[in-house]
Write a protein that binds this ligand. Structure first.
Ligand code: AMP
Ligand code: MG
Length: 356
């Protein structure tokens, strides 16, 4: 099925809006519910937390607790911190088991399960590859022998995970990079703290929500244009779960005249060739985060087939003749609406990857 939308350009960043957006950080909404809001900077990005609560103080306390959960997750996962759990794992001598906390044990169970299910398109053990491409610090073009070396030191096949003992053992000098799943894990932990009720967290473009606004409406999340971030292409009504988007030219780098995408194919050692964006909605923020990365690597053709078979809700935004073509799983594209501001040009929604 094809629907034509009035829209232009491409989307990748996620922004959100709700009726009181742009108003003061706390105000009384319908039904005596107070809107409370907190903003901070962590995990190398900005975070915005919003909740409704019958009492302002209680609402602010909940946001504070959620913020602490995000900070604690960063403390455990960040490879920028030498004392984080993941940094310790990355330094543990080859062959020596590293014991994970119960929380990290659960996280690695999910992470390694999806690494397998994605056929290695998503792989947490890409640290050495990310390093030779210098993804986190501006990018560089490695020599073929550097890529070959990194490929020999990347991939979960070099990790022995014992879920009963909760240990991970590196069998060679592989390292974990949390870039593709750390934010999702943090969002899930913050969600547990916030619990029931209406709340939203936007962590650098990945949005988790819960509940309805006091007026009964859902949260409206916009999928925005990666080239022109101010332009929304589609909107989505959400009452639960998390929307993660991978891709978007703003994170790609240019080195020696060549585009170096920040998402690598762990099987080839090269940057994924797709140059649009892919958004995934999943009940779990961790899974949404991992799978937007996995699908970006797969690209639209394989990605839509794989997501449909897995029951995963996903849509690719593909640059097309100055516009954008949206190709996704039927369950997901049915939920997308054209963004109100999207008027120029023409974008096409397709529910599968079959030719038009
Ligand atoms: P995201 O923006 O969530 O798609 O994550 C991209 C980040 O994850 C990159 O900046 C790298 O740190 C890391 N990464 C890149 N490619 C992969 C991959 N195929 N699997 C897992 N992590 C990756
Ligand atoms: Mg991701």
């Amino acid at each position: 099925m094809t629907r034509t939308l009035g829209s232009a350009l491409l989307a990748s960043l996620v922004v959100w809006q709700f009726p009181a957006a742009g108003s003061a950080s706390s105000g009384r909404g319908a039904g005596g519910q107070q809107l409370v809001e907190r903003q901070a900077y962590l995990m190398g990005t900005s975070v915005r937390l919003v909740a409704y609560d019958a009492r302002r103080e209680a609402g602010l306390n909940r946001l504070e607790g959620a913020l602490r959960a995000l900070e604690d997750t960063e403390q455990e996962l960040s490879t920028w911190r030498a004392d984080s759990d993941i940094s310790v794992l990355n330094r543990t001598p080859v062959g020596t088991p590293w014991r994970a906390s119960a929380r990290l044990c659960r996280m690695f169970t999910d992470v390694l399960e999806w690494q397998q299910a994605s056929g290695g398109a998503f792989d947490p053990a890409v640290g050495v590859l990310v390093g030779v491409w210098n993804i986190h610090e501006g990018g560089r073009i490695p020599s073929p022998s550097e890529v070959a070396f990194a490929l020999g030191h990347a991939g979960s096949r070099w990790l022995d995970f014992d879920p009963l003992a909760c240990t991970l053992t590196r069998r060679t000098e592989v390292t974990i990079d949390v870039g593709a799943f750390g934010k999702g894990e943090a969002l899930d932990r913050a969600a547990v703290v916030l619990g029931d009720g209406a709340w939203m967290i936007d962590l650098g473009g990945q949005v988790s929500v819960n509940g309805r606004l006091p007026d009964g409406q859902s949260w409206t999340v916009e999928i925005a244009d990666p080239v022109d971030r101010q332009r929304a292409v589609a909107t989505l009504q959400l009452q639960s779960g998390s929307l993660s988007t991978s891709g978007g030219s703003e994170r790609d780098m240019r080195v020696e005249g060549r585009r170096v995408g920040h998402i690598l194919d762990p099987r080839t050692g090269l940057p994924a060739s797709f140059n649009g964006s892919v958004s995934v909605w999943h009940q779990s923020g961790l899974v949404a985060d991992m799978l937007s990365t996995a699908l970006y690597v797969m690209g639209p053709d394989q990605g839509v087939r794989w997501a449909t078979a897995q029951g995963v809700e996903a849509a690719f935004l593909i640059p097309d003749n100055g516009g954008v073509r949206i190709v996704g799983t039927p369950a997901f594209t049915r939920r997308l609406q054209p963004a109100r501001a999207a008027t120029a040009g023409a974008a096409t929604f397709r529910e599968s990857n079959e030719p038009e």
